[in-house]
Design a protein around this ligand. Structure first.
Ligand SMILES: *[C@@H]1O[C@H](CO)[C@@H](O)[C@H](O)[C@H]1NC(C)=O
Ligand SMILES: *[C@@H]1O[C@H](CO)[C@@H](O)[C@H](O)[C@H]1NC(C)=O
Length: 288
């Protein structure tokens, strides 16, 4: 619980109503630690080192300087972690994911910026640098830096039904495991045959459905996943099965051919017989 005097202090005051309290308040504010973060939002490629800036100004001596870096990870914002600190002249590494990967960029007494090495996706989050330097400032002074760890897209995985029927439809599927920011998935039909852009969307898994299949729909399709760090692709091939010309179609064709052959053969034999008969008749006429 706050006492009445403290409550007074925190209330905005005016020179006319409480000149003494106001003077005290103004003195405290003027002597406060001032934290400056000149780049509030930073991006780094996974694995690279990154500088998290935080500079401060103070008028008091530095023998009681305290700097505390904490992070609210994007994946677990409810569980802030301590990253590193400077307490009573000592750098204290925290027993966390950050152990051995983080250092102060320079003497903490001059600048509170830190360097984070071997950045990981889980490092993405809001970093808070708190500078306390008694007797300067009644409240700790805070700077915030947002860090995003970027990841190039991984090689996607393409799949589809191998065959489709004429007039039917087929689904082409593409999935990508990694990529920050979210990759853009593009499906296109590639030569041989006319090049054609099919669909595009931003996601980790994208499927597109080809409808109204014709013979021209058969061929090679490519899925490309892209973000600002690069792109990867995979291809899938599918063929249309013309209705009536499957295994049954071939049997039917052979049957028709055989039947027609037999009919022709029968006609030929019949013609031959008739011819022989006719000739016999003619010979009979000659010798008569
Ligand atoms: C981070 O990397 C830099 C440059 O490679 C190196 O000088 C520094 O010691 C590394 N920091 C830690 C904590 O490993
Ligand atoms: C399917 O293709 C036929 C012939 O090309 C066309 O007339 C018809 O509109 C197409 N239907 C759809 C749904 O695209």
């Amino acid at each position: 619980m706050m006492g009445p005097a403290q409550r007074h202090l925190r209330r905005p005051c005016t020179m006319t109503s409480e000149p003494l309290l106001c003077l005290l308040y103004c003195t405290l504010t003027a002597g406060a630690v001032k934290v400056v973060v000149n780049t509030p939002s930073i991006q780094v490629t996974r694995g690279r080192s990154v500088l998290l800036p935080c500079s401060f100004r103070t008028t008091a001596a530095l023998n009681r300087l305290n700097i505390i870096w904490t992070v609210s990870p994007l994946l677990q914002p409810q569980q802030p972690l301590q990253v590193i600190s400077y307490e009573q002249g000592q750098i204290v590494e925290s027993l966390s994911d950050y152990l051995g990967r983080v250092t102060f960029a320079s003497q903490p007494t001059q600048d509170a910026s830190i360097v984070l090495n071997y950045s990981r996706v889980s490092d993405t989050g809001t970093y808070q640098c708190t500078v306390i330097n008694p007797p300067d400032g009644a409240t700790p002074n805070i700077g915030l830096v947002g860090l995003t760890v970027l990841v190039p897209p991984s090689v996607p995985n393409c799949s589809s039904d191998v065959h489709g029927h004429e007039g039917g439809s087929v689904q082409l599927r593409c999935s990508v495991k990694e990529g920050v920011p979210t990759p853009r998935i593009t499906w296109e039909k590639i030569p041989p045959g006319p090049h054609q852009l099919i669909s595009t969307q931003e996601d980790y898994g994208g499927s597109t459905t080809l409808t109204n299949l014709t013979a021209e729909t058969s061929g090679l399709y490519r899925c490309t996943v892209t973000n600002q760090l690069g792109s990867q692709s995979c291809t899938v091939e599918f063929h249309i099965r013309i209705d009536g010309w499957g295994a049954m179609g071939i049997i039917t064709a052979i049957t028709i051919t055989l039947t027609m052959g037999l009919v022709l053969l029968a006609l030929f034999i019949l013609g031959l017989c008739l011819h022989q008969q006719g000739r016999g008749k003619w010979m009979e006429d000659v010798y008569r």
